[in-house]
Design a protein around this ligand. Structure first.
Ligand code: WTA
Length: 637
């Protein structure tokens, strides 16, 4: 079972070499350690032109049999899930593998009873409570395709996703806790569903005990439905290439796209990468702080650890509630051994009193992880020194919603570690750097666009309902390659450092937004004619959102207008996409062909206006002076 976990640098190099020479036998051996109802006929069929990628074709399986059933004999009484509530005074809850199996089967039976069938899409808009984990696995159990929507998105965003997926059902809760706040989740769902004709049923899990609006014939309470269902539910047999889930993520153009992952390849890569990166051991208590609404929560809170038979911790709250020591208090409380979080969380905690971390022992920790955005050296050292006591390796894991699992990362205590560097690819992953003409750069000590040369099992298969968009977004920029959208450096020793996006995507606190998506939201405001959004360096969030906005009339009160624009963005996307700065301008720097020169706006947003480069190709160069002046003189939000 664990024969694919490399334990030494030598083993890493051998595995890597083998994966280059014979990728199919490499992956086929790993896949053989899983429970399949029927073995696959071909390990891999692929071309990156269409693209068309099939792993383990002809294989039949159910991922939940691998997450749950196969552990029952040997780990039935082992803890599978520990749930820590938002309020430290509320009691935590634990589920053994046997109990989790029962909960998932019950939830699956509730779904069936309410009409969900194999292939149906189910949207999940829920807080971080155990029922969210049950719900996701219950969908997988019966072959329904889950699409989890982070519960911070607005009703408009939710409706867009539901309609794109053509979902039949929404799973939600009455409300949610986030730190000191309580948020009426069901009300957001009700608003979204006004424009979602495909939804037939809504199942509501009680969290806060609030009285909520229940629509007759559409809405039912989970606790009523679960009363008399069986604790057994046979797993639906799925093809390896059947869809497992859709997860929406932002790109540089248009609305968020539904990234599609399939059952077999995703399963194999989730456990493989989980074990290797964190160097998992049977006795570990593993905590990934990501919300299940993001890919990190899918692969490394839920599927990866459960496939490995690990104990995974799920936390409802936020790092700063009731105080800045909450993460460390929870680590001590449960004896967490592997801790995986995002740079933005580390940076926000660094700003607090050092005693908030030093007053906890953190003795149990042995591996620390980072994900979602580049981790700056200061945050890396703080994490390594004060949390890891210089004893724990920090694995900086680079990957994407589209890659399904970690692609480039230190393997804890096995491969080299270097601050702010994701370092080396996992065996089976073949990254390359290309120059702007798409030519591979083979030397070290270089910088380029990061591409992947060969398929890996958990890669994106399509964008839901629009395969051409998948091709255009990832496979058309450089022929024959998967293009990540990231820029990267490779140092003299061949270690990768991810610099960040080279497309029009902003990474705010590890969450992706397309500039076009935010502009479209801003333009919905009645006073706005046009806008241009760029990212700028932000101490805590990594990148902040800076919006340049042209208004119809000179606003009477700029403060009010800014507040109104923010409200529009919150309504269209959600609080997480609030612009940090809004500058009202009379024009935007456009070329004669009408293209906005974002390079100039980025410089202004960074506060670096000394050298704006060549502005002679602009339609109206004077507009730049006005923007620069405005950026320096006016107080912004
Ligand atoms: C960025 C999150 C630097 C990158 C798993 C990527 C990172 C985008 C790292 C994907 C890292 C993620 N170092 N940058 N360790 N991890 N990124 O889809 O720009 O939410 O393209 O997946 O986050 O974000 P996504």
């Amino acid at each position: 079972m664990t024969n694919f976990q490399v334990k030494t640098y030598d083993e890493y190099q051998q595995a890597y070499q083998r994966s280059l020479e014979d990728p199919e036998s490499f992956w086929s051996d790993i896949a053989s350690t899983f429970t399949w109802r029927k073995k696959w006929n071909t390990t891999l069929e692929w071309n990156f032109e269409e693209p068309d990628v099939k792993w383990f074709k002809g294989g039949k399986l159910n991922i939940t049999e691998n997450c749950l059933d196969r552990h029952l004999k040997t780990r039935g009484n082992k803890l599978a899930l520990i749930w820590e509530p938002n309020d430290p005074k509320e009691r935590f809850v634990r589920y053994t593998y046997r109990e989790l199996h029962e909960k998932v089967c019950q939830f699956a039976n509730v779904l069936k009873k309410n009409g969900v069938q194999k292939g149906d899409r189910v949207c999940i808009y829920m807080p971080m409570i155990p029922e969210l984990a049950f719900a996701v696995l219950a969908c997988a159990r019966i072959g329904a395709i889950h699409s989890v929507i982070f519960a911070g998105f607005s009703a408009v965003s939710m409706a867009d996703r539901i309609n794109d997926a053509g979902a039949k059902m929404v799973l939600t809760s009455d409300g949610l806790n986030r730190g000191a706040k309580q948020i009426p989740v069901k009300r957001v769902v009700d608003e979204a569903l006004e424009t979602c004709p495909t939804i037939e049923k809504v199942i509501v899990v009680e969290r806060l005990g609030w009285a909520v609006n229940m629509v007759e014939g559409r809405d039912v309470w989970y606790h009523d439905e679960v009363k008399d269902v069986s604790k057994e539910c046979p797993a639906e047999i799925m093809d390896a290439e059947d869809m497992l889930f859709i997860l929406y993520t932002s790109g540089s153009t248009g609305k968020p796209k539904g990234v599609v992952h399939t059952c077999g390849g995703y399963m194999v890569y989730a456990e493989y990468s989980f074990r290797n990166v964190f160097q998992y051991e049977e006795s570990d208590i593993y905590w990934c702080t990501a919300d299940i609404g993001w890919i990190t929560g899918h692969t490394y809170l839920l599927y990866g650890p459960l496939l490995a038979g690990a104990t995974t911790l799920m936390f409802e709250g936020v790092p700063t509630y009731p105080d800045m020591g909450r993460f460390w208090q929870v680590c001590d409380k449960f004896g967490v051994t592997i801790f995986y979080t995002a740079p933005t969380a580390i940076r926000s905690l660094m700003g607090g009193d050092i005693d908030d971390v030093l007053s906890y022992s953190l003795d149990s920790l042995r591996v620390l992880g980072s994900v979602g955005e580049p981790i700056n050296e200061e945050a890396w050292h703080w994490y390594h020194t004060h949390v890891g006591k210089e004893r724990c390796p920090v694995v900086d894991t680079w990957w994407q919603t589209e890659t399904g699992g970690i692609m480039i990362s230190t393997l804890a205590n096995v491969t080299p570690m270097k601050p702010s560097h994701a370092t080396l690819p996992l065996p089976g992953v073949h990254p390359i750097l290309v120059d702007s003409d798409g030519k591979e750069i083979t030397e070290n000590g270089v910088e380029g666009h990061l591409c992947i040369k060969h398929p890996w099992p958990s890669m994106i298969r399509t964008t839901y309902g629009d395969h051409e968009r998948c091709r255009l977004s990832y496979f058309s920029t450089y022929k024959g390659l998967y293009f990540t959208g990231d820029g990267a450096k490779r140092d003299e020793n061949g270690l990768y450092r991810i610099i960040g996006r080279v497309d029009d995507v902003i990474n705010v606190s590890g969450h992706r937004f397309g500039t076009a998506e935010i502009e479209e939201a801003i333009n919905h405001n009645n006073h706005v004619i046009e806008s241009a959004v760029v990212g700028f360096p932000h101490d805590v969030k990594g990148q902040g959102i800076y919006a340049f906005v042209i208004c119809k009339d000179k606003p009477e009160n700029e403060e009010w207008l800014r507040a109104e624009i923010i409200e529009t963005v919150v309504e269209k996307i959600g609080k997480i996409a609030r612009p940090d700065k809004i500058q009202i301008v009379s024009g935007l720097p456009k070329t004669r062909s009408g293209k906005i020169m974002r390079r100039i706006l980025r410089k202004v947003a960074e506060g670096d206006v000394s050298n704006l480069g060549d502005t002679s190709t602009l339609l109206d160069p004077a507009v730049v002076d006005e923007i620069v002046e405005g950026s320096l003189s006016k107080a912004k939000v």
